[in-house]
Design a protein around this ligand. Structure first.
Ligand code: HEC
Length: 121
C-alpha cells in the first residue's frame, strides 16, 4: 500500500524535475537570443548571417576550428588586424565557441551580378 508520505515525496520529486526542466529551456532561449545579438553585431561588417558583400572576410560556412583559431590570434595579437583585435577581446571563450558553431552552420551565399550571369549563359 502506498503511504501518504511516499506519495508526497514522489509528487515533490516530479515537481522538482518539472521545475528543473522548465528552467533549462528558459536558459537555452536566453542564450540563443544572446547569440543572435552577438552575431548581429558582426553583421555590420561581415554581412547578414556572415555573408559579407564587401571586402570583409565571409564568415558563413567558415570551419569552426579556423574561426576559433583566428579569434584567439586576434585576441593575443598573434594575428595583426585593423579592427578584429577589439572585437575578439570583448568576447568570452563561451561566446567565441557559440559564434564558431553559429557561423560554421550558416549557408554561404554566392552573389552573381546580372552581367556575369549573362556571360555564363
Ligand atoms: C568594424 C567591422 C567589423 C566588425 C563589427 C566585425 N569584424 Fe570581423 N573582421 C573585420 C575585418 C576588417 C577583418 C580582417 C582582419 C582585420 O583587419 O581586422 C575581420 C576578420 C574576421 C575573422 C577572420 C576571418 C578569416 O577567415 O580570416 C573572423 C573569424 C571575424 N572577423 C569574426 C568576427 C565576429 C565573430 C564578429 C562579431 C562579434 C566580427 N568579426 C565583427 C571587420 C569586422
Amino acid at each position: 500500500m502506498l503511504l501518504k508520505s511516499d506519495w508526497l515525496s514522489a509528487f515533490s520529486t516530479q515537481l522538482t524535475l518539472a521545475i528543473l526542466c522548465s528552467a533549462t529551456s528558459v536558459y537555452a532561449a536566453e542564450s540563443d537570443s544572446h547569440l543572435r545579438v552577438l552575431a548581429a553585431s558582426c553583421a555590420a561588417c561581415h554581412g547578414s548571417h556572415g555573408n559579407s558583400v564587401g571586402g570583409t572576410p565571409v564568415l558563413a560556412g567558415l570551419d569552426a576550428a579556423h574561426f576559433r583559431l583566428q579569434m584567439k590570434s586576434f585576441r593575443s595579437g598573434e594575428r595583426t588586424s585593423t579592427v578584429m583585435h577589439r572585437h575578439a577581446k570583448g568576447l568570452t571563450e563561451n561566446e567565441i565557441e557559440a559564434l564558431a558553431a553559429y557561423f560554421s552552420a550558416q549557408p554561404r551565399m554566392v552573389a552573381v551580378s546580372p552581367r556575369a550571369l549573362k556571360d555564363l549563359q
